[in-house]
Design a protein around this ligand. Structure first.
Ligand SMILES: NC(=O)c1ccc[n+]([C@@H]2O[C@H](COP(=O)([O-])OP(=O)(O)OC[C@H]3O[C@@H](n4cnc5c(N)ncnc54)[C@H](OP(=O)(O)O)[C@@H]3O)[C@@H](O)[C@H]2O)c1
Length: 439
């Protein structure tokens, strides 16, 4: 039976992938989801949205995604030191993975687990190391599966995954510090803001499927959480690219028959089907937008510089699921553009898929507030001071410094037959979703 091995299923993105996969696929498609503990499994089993599908999901424990060989028992057979491999089922309770039940080599792997930016005293240890090591561990297990099959120890087609999808991030291909310079921008409505043109100390960053990962910062160990996260995602993506080039070449190019994809989402928000109360919707990247909506300020009270690009959780999940089920014909009835050609030619390459829409975060916030007020939701006034009506327009403070980014997602949308929701639609759906939840 087709089996998906999914990491990160307890998270915002991973849970939506899990649901969408189960809702889209026939009954014979199974999911094995790796979680830190069985306690997490109990928590997920209790979520109403998952309950109709529980018979098709099993949970396995991977207590430490950074531990060497963390995923071997779930993805590949274990080569012993004497060269003999054991199946995951024979590995009962042993190894870093601590398998609890008979496991089969999955057809598809989606790796969505990763620490995201969070307050920590040691961002290198808490964000970079687990994020990067988990990618290394997935790759190492996949490589073992390929090599075992190539040695003829298992019947062809039965003992290796056919597809691996990595959840990366746009942060992985965005320069660690946006290039300095002065960017002049025409205000769309000079009357409204009264400034005519405004300048910002950032250049527009252009990102497409062919953008490469930036070099690792020299001061890696001392980066703050958000920059550490970007560096970790860049390193992870670079490792996957290098894997595609070296391992595929070493094992006979496309003879491996494994397709490797990376999904690069912008800031994700949208309905969080794990949540049963309004407060729980804040336990994800939704908090970036909803935080200022409910508090009136960006985090810490100061405007937050943030790349002006967002994507809906449902679109991100759909990309993953479409890739897991097999990408439809590339180019979809059109001659591929020069930069897409590599997709149409078989070769040991990583396929990157960008999920993003350009957006101005302050405009999103204004839109969210208007909809929330219309629906009777109590929100904080933004910008600050507006409620009192005391501050002149020019002294009001935006919650965000929304940095312009130019992202070309046409190749992704064409290849997957997806049209990403507009930021306005995303905001309207999210606010409506929040309003529908109990306090
Ligand atoms: N949300 C966004 O805006 C966004 C944008 C671009 C890319 N992404 C990518 O999407 C993926 C999921 O992000 P998310 O927003 O869903 O974050 P999330 O809600 O925090 O989920 C993260 C997932 O990774 C697991 N995880 C994190 N650190 C771990 C560790 N040290 N050991 C074991 N498991 C660990 C979490 O498990 P626990 O539940 O046990 O902690 C959870 O399942 C990540 O790869 C992230 O880089 C997210």
């Amino acid at each position: 039976m087709p089996t998906l091995f999914l990491t990160g299923a307890s998270g915002f993105v991973g849970f939506q992938i899990l649901l969408q996969y189960l809702r889209t696929t026939p009954e014979d498609h199974l999911v094995r989801a790796a979680l830190r503990s069985q306690r997490e499994a109990t928590r997920l089993r209790a979520i109403p949205a998952l309950q109709p599908h529980l018979s098709r999901v099993s949970f396995v424990e991977v207590p430490d995604i950074a531990a060497p060989d963390a995923y071997d028992a779930h993805i590949a057979c274990h080569p012993d030191t004497d060269g003999e491999e054991r199946t995951a089922g024979e590995e009962q309770g042993g190894g870093a993975g601590g398998v609890k039940e008979e496991a089969q080599v999955p057809d598809v792997i989606i790796h969505a687990a990763s620490p995201v930016p969070c307050p920590t005293q040691n961002p290198y240890k808490d964000i970079y190391v687990p994020s990067v090591r988990a990618v290394e561990n997935i790759l190492s297990s996949v490589r073992k599966a390929i090599l075992l099959q190539q040695k003829g120890k298992k019947p062809p087609g039965e003992r290796k995954p056919r597809k691996v999808v990595f959840t990366s991030s746009l942060a992985a291909v965005t320069p660690h510090a946006p290039p300095a310079g002065t960017h002049e921008e025409e205000e769309t409505d000079p009357e409204e803001k009264g400034t005519g043109t405004k300048t910002s100390a950032w250049r527009i960053v252009h990102i497409s499927e062919t953008s490469s990962t930036p070099a690792e910062p020299a001061d890696l160990q001392s980066l703050r959480p958000a920059a550490m996260y970007s560096a970790a995602k860049a390193k992870g993506l670079a490792l996957v690219e290098s894997f595609c080039e070296t391992t595929f070449a070493e094992t006979g190019d496309m003879g491996t028959g494994i397709d490797v994809d990376a999904v690069l989402p912008a800031f994700v928000f949208g309905p969080d089907e794990r949540a049963t109360t309004r407060g729980q919707v804040m336990g994800s990247s939704n908090a970036l937008l909803l935080g200022p909506l409910f508090t009136g300020d960006a985090a810490g009270g100061a405007p937050m510089p943030i790349a002006g690009t967002v994507v809906d959780i449902r679109d991100v999940a759909q990309c993953h699921v479409k890739l897991a089920l097999g990408r439809p014909g590339l180019g979809r009835g059109r001659e591929p553009r020069e930069e897409d050609r590599r997709w149409a030619t078989p070769g040991p390459r990583l396929n990157k898929f960008l999920c993003a829409r350009d957006a101005d975060w302050n405009a999103l916030l204004r839109h969210a507030r208007a909809i929330a007020q219309e629906k009777g939701l109590v929100v904080a006034p933004t910008p600050r001071g507006e409620a009192e009506g005391e501050q002149p327009e020019e002294q009001k403070q935006d919650a965000f410094i929304s940095l312009p980014v130019d992202i070309d997602t046409r190749a992704t949308e064409d290849a997957l037959g997806i049209q990403f929701r507009s930021p306005e639609e995303m905001v309207a759906d999210l606010v409506t979703y929040v309003v529908g939840l109990p306090d």
